[in-house]
Design a binder for this molecule. Structure first.
Ligand code: TYD
Length: 133
């Protein structure tokens, strides 16, 4: 199974909703970096890379989009809809996001600082790395 979800606890009361994410508890790694993606145009596809080592989880906190995860053997598409649910983007998973709604906001928690050397940005290079084991 390529697609893994982590259910986040919705802590709601009559004032509104709250979701807390704790490193090594709610998600299975220590978070060293958080970034968010917003204002993405609906006809744009982004991502187009895999990471060698980095672990990430992505949470849609507003709007919706689609994400395709590809382990080099199969592809799975999921719809990300604002909800207390995080999708895993594990190492060596090629990922592309698309069909962004205008109000889509994605928050990403990452296990390490930004490092361009950890990126595989060529799909052929990704398939080669997969077949080399
Ligand atoms: P990129 O990873 O290409 O975005 P996406 O995968 O969503 O298409 O990142 C866009 C730009 O931002 C690129 O120049 C790298 C830079 N960047 C950082 O400087 N720090 C970060 O933590 C991230 C995720 C990207």
């Amino acid at each position: 199974m390529i697609t893994k979800w982590y259910d986040l606890q919705l802590l709601g009361d009559d004032r509104g909703s709250l979701v807390a994410i704790e490193s090594c508890k709610t998600i299975p790694f220590e978070t060293k970096r958080v970034y968010y993606i917003f204002n993405t145009k609906s006809d744009i596809r982004r991502g187009f890379h895999a990471h060698k080592e980095l672990k990430q989880v992505m949470i849609c906190v507003s709007g919706s989009c689609k994400i395709e995860l590809d382990d080099g053997k199969a592809k799975e598409v999921s719809e990300l809809i604002a909800s207390p649910r995080a999708i895993a983007i594990d190492p060596m998973i090629w990922h592309e996001m698309y069909d962004f709604s205008k109000d889509c906001v994605l928050i990403v928690l990452a296990s390490d600082h930004y490092d361009e050397d950890d990126y595989i940005r060529s799909y052929d290079g990704f398939l080669k790395e997969i077949s080399n084991g």
